[in-house]
Design a protein around this ligand. Sequence first.
Ligand code: ZN
Length: 683
Amino acid sequence: MPNDNPLLSPGPLPYDLPDYTAIRPEHYLPAFREAFQQHSGEIAAITRVRSMPTFENTLVPLEESGKLLGDISRAFYTVSSADATPEIQAIEEELAPLMSAHHDSIQLDSDLYWRIKTVHDGLDDLEVDSEQRYLVERHYREMSHAGAGLDDPAKERLTALNQRLSTLTTTFEKNLLNDTNDLAVVFDAADELDGLTEGELSAAAQAATDRGLDGKWVVTLTLFTGHPYLSSLTNRDSRKRLLDASRSRGSRGNEYDNREVLLEIVRLRAERAALLGYDTHAGYVTADETAGSPEAVHDLLRRLAVPAARNARSEQAALQEIIDAESQPFTLEAHDWAYYTEKVREAEFDLDRGALRPWFEAERVLNDGVFRAATELYGVTFTERPDIPAYHPDARVFELHNADGSELGLFILDLYTRDTKRGGAWMNSIVSQSALRATRPVVVNNLNVPKPAPGKPTLLTLDEVTTLFHEFGHALHGLFATVTYPHFAGTNVFRDFVEFPSQVNEMWIYWPEILDAYARHVDTDEPLPADVVEKLRASEAFNQGFATSEYLAASWLDQAWHSLTSEQAGVDLDVAEFEASALADIGLDNPAVPTRYSSTYFAHVFSGGYSAGYYSYIWSEVLDADTVEWFRENGGLTRANGDRFRQRLLGVGGSKDPLAAYRDFRGRDADIRPLLERRGLVA
Ligand SMILES: [Zn+2]
């Protein structure tokens, strides 16, 4: 009964925030079913129209369609990521195939595609504004990309390829998980783990007990090649065992071997790209990113690789000097890098990052740091609204007003970790801004900060402070949107662009007047000592030759695999040989600096959503560094600067070509030099 379901009728809360106090888990699936039906009906009404397709009779109702589904989805996925009780998890599992089937039925709808294509083909004669023009282009591109323009046999092949790829990527993930668990390293004696803290040792002992290995120590592997313990283990052989185990994942010839799996993924992706009209999978993916083509990506990666490899070699020489001064010198290998790097860091910077926490009290960081920077830049003010309930008691609601007093939207901060929250930190929207629908934004930031004992202050690490500024940058992107069509709201931009605004917001962390306001000792109110600030700044470029090289190597492997044509991917390939020649090709084959991920455990690209897209992080960082320089050149933290960034960049969301928006803001295309300087890569 729709009337009984709070998801199916307007709630009592402002800004269209769903009334979570009235929503129970059993409300979701019936509401989703109703929303699927409604959405399909709305699409059918568009395709039933007899008259020729126009912007007004096709694109406008398309943008108006699916509102209920969008609202319910955002309400649900907010909870399924931040408070996934077993009931919510079960619903999510049941929902996944329904959701993808519904999505496919619309993305591959031939009649809808024909109407959009017809409008698109007549765009030159159409009287539309630039946002409307871009809307037509985006819908046309996205449906073409999904395969809506294919004939029936090709669509059938496409569906078969998608299904097989979905199975293969799931297999890849399961194999990786199993092999990672099997390869956890068992140590027989405590002295093999010399250098670890008491806490780390007892965790290793507990992990052994959990595996029925009482009296031993077990160290589990992390996702990437390196391991946090490599920087502290004094026993060289232990370091080697740990790194060797990590690097052998998925390529041991056992039942969890991922080599054949990834080769088939590469083959099928190349075949799918060919079916959709592209030479390679990388061509297919980058055509719908700001990069535009694999060549543009390869160009950037090659440009960065040369200085990064050179810097890594000089870092390596410095580490070798320390080793040579020891009583039994040896040649540095990959498993020694982190350990000797830590020695250099301590000697050079004398910095104990863990001791900084009393200066980063969460309320202070939020109000006098994150919020204050936004007020100075954009004139927005924040009022906590404890009277408005969110989806969990820990999720706090803030109302934002513009400088002229008008209402802007709601910001919800959910700081603390709990068993029902997934790991990491993220931003998502509960309500997205759209003039067409007359909605104002409601956005959420989630972090996983451990909750202190009752009555104790929350003291953040520097990494958590960085995360808070970063995620709030995404939040501003969502809050400042001033688009007409919901398709373009806020953070709905290209993957290789979306990290840019959040990375820029990190620049205020060290901005003197902001830092001085928020980094105050929790007991004494003393500011962070100047010499500590100086060391923090100075240590930012430290070890960047290594860090940049290992990241670029992984990005290059991703590009190399996905730049094979269907024909090239069809021949017998050897994974190890392919990797070695790809890394040699770009000059990132220094054995002391292994790639951040090897192919057989590169989950981002073989089971996650980053295939041919792992380059995105550094692509966004080019824009970020160039923007930081612009702020510096123009006087930094001022309303004029903030307003320009807000109007020309954040506010437009996805409603225009992002690089055109960038030019509009910056007055020219992005320059790579600020990034090179930041990472110490200038010759
Ligand atoms: Zn981010």
